[in-house]
Design a protein around this ligand. Structure first.
Ligand SMILES: Nc1ncnc2c1ncn2[C@@H]1O[C@H](COP(=O)(O)OP(=O)(O)OP(=O)(O)O)[C@@H](O)[C@H]1O
Length: 600
């Protein structure tokens, strides 16, 4: 599959029988009163789990890049030159501890170790190199109140302009939007936590989603990047759990029965939502648990088996637990798909179907199903309909449109000019926090190494890095220790990082939705941001019409080289369209003309 960065793959049902590779000596403390997880029960690298990030052993680049630069590649078997160019080849060849050969010149020494130095690779029953156990135990989440509440990005000068964006609500009998958190019928506990997070008033998606969800309805919610969709579902869910408290159930054998399951496509986003849920439920009796790949299974399993009201998970790891009867959906009250269009596209749909159709899943009419994204193409909305019950559709602004707070700049370059252009851009923006997107994992490594060699403090994040490295890279960038983060699409969606000054599309993505999500890492909650994209006519021509359209919709100048290149791939003026169910109601529209191409 081309989306190799995915934290899940389509084959969710396939469970490897090869458990012999699991480190039997690895142990963690037993849960209180519940059976502890045995690592042997899990093959953390099984096909279909969300553990791509823990893959090791790139056969073709075993040379190891040590301190001071990239060493030779090609010490190991298997990588075709084409594969090297494209970087993201067949993941099956990416396994096996010993071939990794990675290191960052100029920043702390390389992590070398090629195939050649370590003797023959041991093979498992399936002929694949035996997989190492995943032993990474992430740091415990903080209990420090100040830290819990400090992750919020402060709202910017354009925050109030959110209120001028047209909102369309469709579906039967939508409730009235709320105007403030104080009048939203939220419990004091929840309002106190909202205030501690520094929120003064709800964003449009929150104004609409809170009463809809508290009113027991299903929802498909679309609003621009950085406009508070996470709180839009977390606040009413947490409020409902506290208002109408139900007993926490843990079945036989420590099988947890969460009341809420929130699924998102990447590990880092899952962790972020988990922390947001902890924030808004701070001080309450609610138990929040997290499950994502690339981490020691037993650790998460023990936590989950103690019981949790809310489980935030990536699909692969969620199904690991479900398949082993460690999690069931018998007590579900809410199912949330964040980045829902991504969760329903080809790579993830089997996981979502498996969850929704699971024999233990509460029937559609007895649970609430909520879906959120900044982009929601109509074909994906069709798919979504089957999981929703008489839902309301809320669209804030143009579905799939870019945040108007992001200035979008394009440089026309050839592929040979990209490196120099990037270096120049970074030099001209010394000290600014810059997120650089590239298309392939290999290019992410390459660019990060190149910048590091130039004494530009750089981290990288992509699906071939171990989870520990991914989290460290993100942390270095968030804390400002490293001003530059080079990323593949794994960081395109949902991540909420303070003070990202510039997003660079070193390589433009293949789809316009991906572009919208990427540039949405800056210019969040009313802050201004800038996106600089390198446009290579040879590579990116097919994206030109969509880019031109996105620019026009955001009232920005369209460069000549993006003009006249054909028709956009989306119909009409509404990326992703409106509610596909053909409701002709615009129940709540604050149409003040700020969205020139709005049709409602
Ligand atoms: N009402 C509010 N007032 C102030 N800040 C808010 C409010 N709601 C959310 N925020 C903050 O705005 C930032 C962006 O929120 P969030 O990550 O939920 O955006 P999003 O719409 O999900 O974006 P994306 O589409 O990129 O996932 C977060 O730092 C969040 O804490």
């Amino acid at each position: 599959m081309d989306d190799e960065w995915d934290d899940c793959c389509a084959d969710v049902g396939v469970v490897s029988n090869n458990h012999s590779n699991i480190d039997e000596g690895h142990s963690l403390s037993r849960g209180r009163g519940f059976p502890s997880f045995n690592e042997n029960e899990y093959d953390d690298c099984k096909v279909g789990s969300d553990d791509f990030g823990e893959r090791r052993g790139r056969g073709g680049r075993g040379g190891g890049r040590g301190r001071g630069g990239r060493g030779g590649r090609g010490g190991g078997p298997g990588r075709e030159p084409r594969d090297y160019e494209n970087g993201d080849g067949d993941d099956r060849r990416d396994r096996g501890e010993r071939g990794r050969g990675r290191g960052r010149g100029g920043r702390g020494g390389g992590r070398g170790g090629g195939v050649s130095g370590d003797g023959p690779t041991e093979l498992g029953e399936d002929g694949e190199p035996k997989k190492p156990p995943v032993t990474y135990v992430p740091p415990e989440p903080t209990e420090n109140e100040q830290e819990i509440f400090s992750s919020t990005i402060s709202s910017g000068i354009n925050f109030d302009k959110f209120d001028c964006i047209a909102v369309k609500v469709s579906g039967e009998n939508p409730p009235r939007a709320v105007e403030s958190f104080e009048t939203a019928n939220l419990r004091k506990y929840v309002v106190d936590n909202i205030l501690k997070a520094g929120y003064k008033k709800p964003t449009p998606i929150q104004k609409h989603a809170i009463p809809i969800i508290m009113g027991g309805r299903d929802l498909m919610g679309c609003a621009q990047t950085g406009s508070g969709k996470t709180a839009a579902f977390l606040l009413p869910i947490i409020n409902t759990l506290l208002q109408d408290e139900r007993e926490l159930v843990v079945g036989p054998g420590g099988c947890a029965q969460p009341q809420v399951v929130i699924v998102s496509p990447t590990r880092e986003l899952t962790l972020q939502i988990f922390n947001e849920a902890r924030k808004f439920s701070y001080g309450s009796i609610l138990k929040i648990a997290v499950a994502y790949g690339g981490t020691a299974v037993r650790h998460q399993g023990d936590n989950i088996s103690r019981g949790c009201h809310i489980l935030v998970a990536t699909p692969g790891r969620l199904h690991d637990f479900v398949d082993r009867n460690r999690v069931s959906f018998d007590s579900i009250r809410f199912v949330v798909l964040d980045e829902a269009d991504r969760m329903l596209d080809m790579g993830f749909i089997p996981s979502v179907e498996k969850m929704m159709d699971h024999p233990t899943m509460v029937p559609i009419k007895e649970r609430q199903t909520l879906m959120f994204s900044a982009t929601f193409p109509e074909d994906i909305q069709h798919l979504a309909g089957r999981f929703l019950n008489n839902y309301l559709f809320v669209a804030v602004g143009i579905v799939g449109g870019a945040s108007t707070d992001v200035e979008q700049i394009f440089h026309q370059v050839t592929k040979y000019e990209k490196q120099t252009t990037l270096k120049k851009l970074i030099e001209e923006n010394d000290g600014k926090r810059i997120l650089v997107f590239v298309e392939t994992k290999r290019n992410a490594d390459f660019i990060a190494a190149m910048l590091s060699e130039q004494q530009m403090l750089t981290s990288s994040i992509h699906g071939d890095r171990m989870q520990r490295e991914r989290e460290e890279a993100l942390d270095n960038f968030k804390s400002g220790r490293h001003c530059i983060l080079v990323a593949t699409a794994v960081a395109a969606r949902g991540l909420d990082i303070k003070n990202v000054d510039i997003v660079v599309n070193y390589d433009l993505p293949k789809s316009i939705d991906e572009y919208v999500h990427r540039i949405g890492r800056t210019g969040r909650v009313g802050n201004r941001g800038k996106a600089v994209s390198f446009y290579d006519g040879d590579q990116d021509m097919q994206l030109a019409p969509d880019l031109a359209k996105i620019l026009k919709q955001a009232d920005q100048t369209v460069p000549d080289f993006l003009q006249g290149g054909g028709t956009a791939s989306y119909k009409g003026n509404k990326y992703g369209g409106s509610d596909i169910r053909d409701f002709n109601t615009a129940v709540s529209a604050v149409d003040q003309g700020l969205e020139p191409e709005e049709e409602w």
